[in-house]
Ligand binder design. Sequence first.
Ligand code: NDP
Length: 285
Amino acid sequence: MSTIIDGKAIAAKLRAEIAAQVKKLQTQGITPGLATVLVGEDPASEVYVRMKGNACQDVGMHSVKHTLPAETTEAELLTLVDRLNNDPTIHGILVQLPLPKQINTDTVLEAISPAKDVDGFHPYNVGRLMVGKPTFQPCTPYGIMVMLREAGVDLAGKEVVVVGRSNIVGKPVALMCLQQHATVTICHSKTRDLPSKVRAADVVIAAVGIPEMIKGEWIKEGAVVIDVGVNRVGEKKLVGDVEFAAAAQRASAITPVPGGVGPMTITMLLHNTLEAAQKTVASTR
Ligand code: NDP
């Protein structure tokens, strides 16, 4: 039976540390501020934005929520982003995705100042991640790396298989594992014989969005399994991309859904916002 990597507990520990750092920064007259921008009325996005705002308040940060109607034009959104870029009380800007189709997502993400890009999606920061320079790391992959570290997993020389190649999870987490000296395979919908790829993995990171598609019997004995997927099954039940019970029989450590990667994502957003605020202090010295 495997160890459960408890994302909630790791997140709680980190949030306490962040709250202490926020207090310290406040003695220097700065309260880290996060602006969230939600365009339209997607219920899931509303929940995420509310959770992010609440998490800020819990650690003593300042958060401002901007809710714009679904018919907002790209120009109107860019005007708001520009205002937030120039607002000294705001250190991090998060534009909740997806955006309505009349708005070009890339144009908006590129308009956010890289110094306030706490989601780590601006091409400048993505490029810095690619070449291994310090940057805002995208929150979900960053959270995964912290969980692996907390679970005592040394990636050097390990075979890591990432299933999923999105810009927000699969690709960046693969790069981060590579930087930690893993041998990385990235799988996607055109990958041939996925089971054999997963069977060879010391660490499996599943970010697909298909309920329980990674079968327990594919998991190598003793492998570490990180399940990023959040899939609603029926009215209330959430399941991951991995067949949890069967995989837990073989894995040495595994993340649950819920309570695994999810709590870490918002925690790393807080971490990045704190860091953005700390940098403004450092730059005025
Ligand atoms: P995307 O839909 O952007 O990407 C899914 C990836 O899975 C694609 O690369 C796709 O391949 C690949 N894929 C689809 N079908 C298969 C298949 N049959 N075999 C192998 N690969 C396949 O999803 P995201 O990366 O945004 O999210 C993935 C999951 O993680 C979702 O469940 C999402 O809800 C969850 N998530 C959870 C977060 C958290 O905080 N816990 C944060 C972000 C996401 P291709 O590129 O070829 O289409």
